[in-house]
Design a protein around this ligand. Structure first.
Ligand SMILES: Nc1ncnc2c1ncn2[C@@H]1O[C@H](COP(=O)(O)OP(=O)(O)OP(=O)(O)O)[C@@H](O)[C@H]1O
Ligand SMILES: [Mg+2]
Length: 258
């Protein structure tokens, strides 16, 4: 397993220095996410659907945590709200010290662009762009200079073992490789938080294992927080914290002791 420190990637220590510079965002280093009585009701036809009910959770930087629970229990809804892609019906969510529901569209986009990496179940790679261009995209949104972009993209592709595929297009990749491009795109800007909806849904055991090991190494070496939703025992085994949602409520919140 590659350790990022061995290939010259920023160490967790220098990363902490990096983050403390960003205090214009009012970041709270002790808490990355806090939900308070978070409730989401979808007004669906005559019978509104309550997807989340009074969810109270706190995540600290560096966690490797997963949401588990039956289909329809609210996992994706929670990830979407934490990622500022959706808003609560009542209650609140703070991410990096800012309340999601109070952010303007512009501020929400800024939070996502700078601090959060998403990995969607369907990967959402841009089909007409190469692997390199797909991974570079979040850096263009940040206005990063060309030379810095090139280094960051090459580093991210090396982390996920795809350095030799930068010119390929998504249609030329296997499912596992596409997923690894999606991981590279999510981590290339070294976000504080990566949200990953069903990371191994379409993968065989070997690819699942490789992807989990990659994410654990990123978590360990860069201090990136990971929050997954998953049904997969292979993922659940690796979680350091497992939160069970049932019918939109937190039914259990278990932390593995080392
Ligand atoms: N946009 C929407 N409009 C109406 N209802 C929705 C919407 N999105 C989700 N729901 C409902 O909210 C509930 C929670 O859905 P959610 O997608 O969060 O579940 P999940 O735990 O991610 O399930 P799965 O394991 O199947 O992915 C479900 O009953 C679902 O039908
Ligand atoms: Mg889901």
């Amino acid at each position: 397993m590659t350790r990022f420190s061995e290939i010259g990637i920023v160490s967790p220590v220098s990363r902490r220095v990096d983050r403390s510079k960003g205090n214009e965002d009012n970041m709270d280093m002790k808490e990355l996410i806090r939900t308070v009585d978070l409730t989401k009701i979808y007004p669906s036809g005559e019978q509104p659907i309550t997807a989340l009910r009074d969810v109270n959770l706190v995540f600290t930087p560096g966690e490797f945590a997963g949401l588990v629970g039956p289909s329809g229990s609210g996992k994706t809804t929670l990830l979407n709200i934490v990622g500022s892609l959706d808003t609560p019906t009542s209650g609140s969510v703070e991410v990096l010290g800012g309340k999601i529901e109070k952010l303007s569209h512009k501020k929400a986009a800024e939070l996502r662009n700078r601090h959060i990496g998403f990995i969607f179940q369907t990967f959402n790679l841009l089909p007409v762009y190469t692997v390199y261009e797909n991974v570079e995209f979040p850096l263009l949104l940040l206005g990063m200079k060309a030379a810095a972009r090139r280094k960051a993209v090459r580093d991210a592709l090396a982390w996920v073992g795809l350095a030799d595929r930068e010119k390929s297009r998504p249609a030329q990749l296997s499912g596992g490789q596409s997923q690894r491009v999606a991981i590279a795109r999510a981590v290339v800007k070294k976000p504080d938080l990566v949200l990953d909806d069903e990371p191994t849904a379409n993968l065989d055991a070997e690819n699942s294992h490789h992807i989990l090991e990659t994410m654990k190494a990123i978590n360990r070496d860069l201090g990136t927080t990971f929050l997954f939703s998953t049904h997969d025992d292979k993922v659940i085994r690796h979680l350091r914290r497992k939160i069970t949602l049932i019918d939109g409520r937190v039914a259990a919140d278990e932390t593995k002791t080392a």
